[in-house]
Design a protein around this ligand. Structure first.
Ligand code: SAH
Length: 276
């Protein structure tokens, strides 16, 4: 039986064996790994994961696909299929009676591109509230433009608020580029496999403040940072702090690296308390 891919669920089946192998290789799966897969679809990737891992729990929103998967993979003892929306499903509660699948330590998935941002937030948390039990490793196939933003370096075109938010929470690497023709049906955009290693290298003293600072800083990308931040800090004060940090006071938000954002946030949060 074949399934006509549904656009509203971002369904594009990955058919390239090479790309599937690259995803699996990037996840460095061992027999003790418990994997969470988002959107197994027809099970293309799932079939590669099952023989390597201790267990795979897959969350799929599409009822028809779930029925089909249950038929084809339902008897595999290290496979558990949950029908639902990854964004709203309470995974921990769902896994309560399935000890073999509890606390998955890696995520491996070809995700629906239309909800990439919310999925990243679900997996990593946000600056103000990082995931309490971070995954060891997350390997995702995402839209190429998004991949570029995830591993972008400061002062490059792709470096934006998403880069800072995700790089604060995880180390990000590009693994492999996947052309649109490797899917059925081909999406309008090219794709790339990225690997995220959740880890906070520079912890902000006031993460909530950093979160809003980043949002404000990037609000108008073409403006200088000091203009975007003028509601939080006086221009002269910011110039002084930037000079102390050996940062050109005329920088734009995209020129600051993650540690510089953290440092700036720490200094501003302190001076904000001192002044009030
Ligand atoms: N992994 C498969 C399919 C990828 S397409 C492959 O590589 O071929 C993306 C999959 O995510 C589809 O099966 C789609 O139905 C599913 N999906 C879309 N939105 C979802 C959501 N909110 N929660 C869980 N799965 C979702």
């Amino acid at each position: 039986m074949s399934f006509r891919p549904r656009k509203q669920f971002g369904q594009h089946w990955l058919k390239s064996e090479k790309a599937l192998n690259e995803i699996v290789k990037a996840a460095k799966i061992s027999k003790s790994d418990r994997i969470l897969e988002i959107g197994p679809g027809t099970g293309n990737l799932t079939r590669y994961l099952l023989p390597l891992a201790e267990s795979v729990v897959a969350v799929e929103i599409d009822r028809d696909l779930c029925q089909n998967l249950a038929k084809s993979l339902g008897k595999t003892e290290n496979f558990l299929l949950l029908q639902g929306d990854i964004l709203t499903l309470n995974l921990e509660a769902q896994l309560e009676n399935f000890s073999k699948f509890q606390n998955p330590n890696k995520v491996v998935a070809n995700i629906p591109y239309n909800i990439t941002g919310p999925i990243l937030e679900k997996l990593l948390g946000k600056i103000a509230q990082p995931a309490t039990k971070p995954y060891d490793l997350i390997v995702l196939l995402v839209q190429k433009e998004v991949a570029e933003r995830l591993y972008a370096q400061p002062s490059t075109k792709a470096f934006g608020a998403l880069s800072v938010k995700v790089q604060y929470l995880a180390d990000c690497e590009l693994i492999y580029s996947v052309p649109a023709k490797d899917f059925y049906p081909p999406p309008k955009v090219d794709s790339a496999v990225v690997r995220l290693h959740p880890q906070i290298r520079y912890l902000a003293e006031n993460p909530k403040f950093l979160d809003s600072l980043v949002k404000l800083g990037f609000a108008e990308k073409r403006k200088m940072l000091r203009n975007n931040l003028k509601s939080v800090v006086e221009r002269d004060r910011l110039t002084e702090i930037l000079e102390q940090l050996e940062i050109n006071p005329q920088v734009r938000a995209e020129d600051l690296s993650v540690p510089q954002w953290v440092e700036l946030s720490n200094r501003l949060a302190v001076s904000a308390t001192v002044e009030t």
